[in-house]
Design a protein around this ligand. Structure first.
Ligand code: AHZ
Length: 334
């Protein structure tokens, strides 16, 4: 690993020398403060002499690619893969990252921007409504909310983006979680169990932009991530949505989809949380994807079920993890 700011390397003296030789020589203004102690106040009023630390383009390229390819290598065998980083997937990731720092958790998100439909409330309004008792999750992650009093059955976060950015920033800080965004799951890795069931053992991935062009370019083969447990939270049907349950139906791992029904806030949220579970060996489904499977109602712009379905999905994943890992990790039968 190389610390580009300091020009030092723990890859040994050769790597350090190469970088030093390639770097332009203009140096930073002298400061005796350690990196983490330097503040923007130190710069105040000194803009005429301002200069960034020198850099060469290849250093930037290597800083990105070395880390990305190391992550691809590391997470090629993951413990849990979360497909879809919407409100449900991010909530599940938060709970797993907190509960099990020993597990390697990969999140694969088709969009460039993680967050799914949780950057805004309904009809593109700002506020996010969460029915009680989902405020417990807001307390957990430290998102402030307004409570209209003991008679009120819901709380309101002033902007949905405050929820999403807070959960996202916590998730990204866990050292055992890697988010692969702009990357689509375009198939599942599956095995046949002794009982003739289809077990999920990982995901088949591609750059989303590549996935979108299979119809107009010749074969562009995918990449893979092996994992004994998959949490799929790809939302309701859409260009990429309800991905895993739809694929499982097409390969006979699930009989049929109920198809998401019309809006009924009252019943829909309970159903999402109650139905969140392992729907086929190794595949846990949560969020609106489970409504597509169950044929239950949508709730529209109330997000408590998404957060708590994520909490439950994480709990379910940890319940089955040891057994599924024994069955289909590198050392297991698959
Ligand atoms: O980009 C998708 C989104 O960020 C991502 N995704 C979908 N298919 C994927 C694939 N590979 C990788 N094949 C994929 N990523 O999954 C994310 C889903 O987020 P979401 O916000 O759409 O779903 P959610 O279930 O977390 O939250 C649903 C929010 C809704 S919709 C709704 C209604 O219409 O009634 N109500 C609520 C609360």
């Amino acid at each position: 690993m190389t610390d580009e700011l300091n020009g030092t390397s723990n890859n040994g003296p050769i790597a350090a020398t190469k970088i030093a030789a390639a770097t332009p020589t203009k140096s930073l203004p002298v400061t005796t403060k350690a990196l983490e102690e330097q503040t923007v106040e130190d710069m105040a009023g000194k803009w005429s002499d301002f200069t960034f630390a020198p850099i060469r383009e290849s250093q930037v390229s290597r800083a990105m690619t070395r880390r990305y390819f190391a992550d691809l290598d590391k997470y090629a065998e993951s413990d849990i893969v979360i497909v879809g980083a919407g409100s449900c997937g991010l909530s599940a990731a938060y709970c797993l990252g907190k509960a099990r720092p020993d597990l390697k958790i990969a999140i694969v998100e088709a969009g460039v921007a993680p967050g799914g439909g949780a950057w805004l409330g309904g009809q593109l309004f700002s506020a996010m409504v969460m029915r009680k008792p989902a405020q417990a999750f807001l307390n957990e992650v430290g998102v402030p909310y307004e409570d209209e009093g003991p008679e009120s059955n819901f709380v309101v976060v002033k902007h949905a983006a405050l929820f999403t950015s807070t959960v996202l920033s916590k998730v990204l800080q866990f050292p055992n979680i890697k988010l692969f965004n702009a990357t689509a799951v375009e198939d599942l890795i599956t095995r046949k169990t002794g009982e003739g069931k289809i077990q999920v053992a990982g995901v088949v991935t591609n750059w989303t932009l590549v996935s979108m062009h299979h119809d107009d370019q010749s074969c562009m083969d995918p990449n893979t991530i092996n994992a004994p447990v998959l949490i799929s939270t790809t939302g309701h049907d859409g260009p990429f949505g309800a991905f895993s349950v739809k694929r499982m139906v097409s390969i006979g791992g699930i009989e049929a989809l109920g198809g998401m029904r019309g809006l009924d806030m009252q019943s829909a949220e309970d159903m999402v949380v109650k139905s969140t579970r392992e729907v086929a060996p190794g595949l846990i489904v949560g969020g609106m994807e489970i409504s597509e499977l169950e044929g239950s109602n949508r709730m529209g712009p109330t997000f408590g079920a998404m957060a708590l379905s994520g909490v439950k999905a994480a709990e379910e994943a940890l319940k089955i993890f040891d057994q599924r890992k024994a069955e289909c990790s590198e050392g297991g039968k698959w």
